[in-house]
Design a protein around this ligand. Structure first.
Ligand SMILES: Nc1ncnc2c1ncn2[C@@H]1O[C@H](COP(=O)(O)OP(=O)(O)OP(=O)(O)O)[C@@H](O)[C@H]1O
Ligand SMILES: [Mg+2]
Length: 221
């Protein structure tokens, strides 16, 4: 059993990498943390690990570089096929076990929970195997109630533990309340869209406003 969180989202491009970076700022004082992106698609231009290294102000020890690095910006199953590779959960587990040390993990998925990673498994199968509780990143804007509740339902159907939700965008108290009530879940942070994200602005937000009650500490410490 590992300590840590699996960061997923209601969609691709929703803010998982930014929230992962924010978690580094918020919790590195509590426990040694290590960020990991086991499956990176679109690697010809996207490098979430480099973003977290920068916006999370991470040391080399705090990020793990290993993993599937697939060039095409498409679903992992297809990106792997186009690179003549196959994503294999036991291999991901082996990389993790070789590197575990005493750090708590911040593992970022790719896309959302029901994204295929090969011809028979989905991203949620990886979450099941890694046995990490899941933090869901969602938009605050219209459409989010449906996307978020569907995501929570899929996670609960597989008996994976839900750690909470972080919402990105202009605060929307009605959407937040509906997600908390119907999803039986807590929103642990509401991150506004900012003009220019830097390690400094993100760190300030994370320390002041992310998981104010420290609910995630039990998974990371
Ligand atoms: N609070 C914010 N303020 C401004 N820009 C943001 C904020 N949150 C996210 N973004 C921007 O939105 C884009 C998507 O965010 P991010 O890369 O974190 O998404 P993701 O869910 O990790 O995507 P992927 O599925 O590709 O991993 C990025 O360009 C990021 O800089
Ligand atoms: Mg990302």
């Amino acid at each position: 059993m590992y300590r840590g969180l699996f960061i997923t989202g209601t969609d691709t491009n929703v803010g998982k990498t930014i929230v992962s970076s924010a978690l580094m700022h918020r919790y590195r004082g509590l426990a040694p943390l290590r960020y990991w992106k086991p499956i990176q698609t679109g690697a010809e231009k996207d490098d979430d690990t480099a973003v977290v290294r920068d916006l999370g102000a991470c040391s080399d020890l705090e990020v793990m570089d290993k993993g599937y690095r697939l060039m095409r910006p498409v679903s992992p199953h297809l990106a792997a096929e186009l690179s003549e590779r196959r994503i294999n959960i036991p291999e991901i587990e082996r990389w993790m076990s070789e590197e575990s040390g005493s750090s708590s993990w911040i593992v970022e998925g790719a896309g959302g929970v029901l994204v295929p990673i090969n011809s028979w498994e989905l991203m949620i199968d990886l979450m099941i195997h890694l046995t990490l509780p899941v933090l869901v990143v969602a938009r605050s804007s219209i459409g989010t109630i449906n996307h978020t509740l569907l995501t929570l339902e899929a996670i609960r159907n597989r008996a994976v533990q839900i750690a909470g939700i972080v919402m990105i965008g202009d605060k929307n108290p009605e959407n937040r309340a509906a997600i908390e009530r119907f999803g039986r879940v807590d929103v642990l942070g509401e991150m506004p869209r900012v003009e220019k994200l830097t390690a400094q602005t993100l760190g300030e937000w994370a320390r002041a406003d992310l998981d104010r009650e420290g609910r995630l500490a039990e998974f990371l410490a």
